[in-house]
Ligand binder design. Structure first.
Ligand code: FE2
Length: 70
């Protein structure tokens, strides 16, 4: 939908999601290797994503999209 409606922040948004995926894959590998990942570390990482991205950048899309639904 972002692409379809020409959301101006699309490239940056995609980059943030790609970085999230990279970090998740890194955690997955570290956990599989028993590399000292703590629950606190993972929870802090997820909380930061939730606060910075989901409650931040994702919220920019709603007002943008509403221009096309009125
Ligand atoms: Fe997002």
């Amino acid at each position: 939908m972002m692409r379809h409606f020409g959301f101006e922040g699309l490239d940056e948004h995609i980059a943030e999601h790609e970085e999230l995926l990279r970090q998740v894959v890194e955690y997955q590998a570290r956990i599989a290797n028993n590399d000292g990942v703590t629950l606190d570390e993972v929870l802090n990482f997820l909380a930061a994503w939730l606060l910075d991205h989901t409650l931040g950048k994702d919220q920019l899309y709603g007002p943008f999209l509403s221009r096309f639904t009125e």
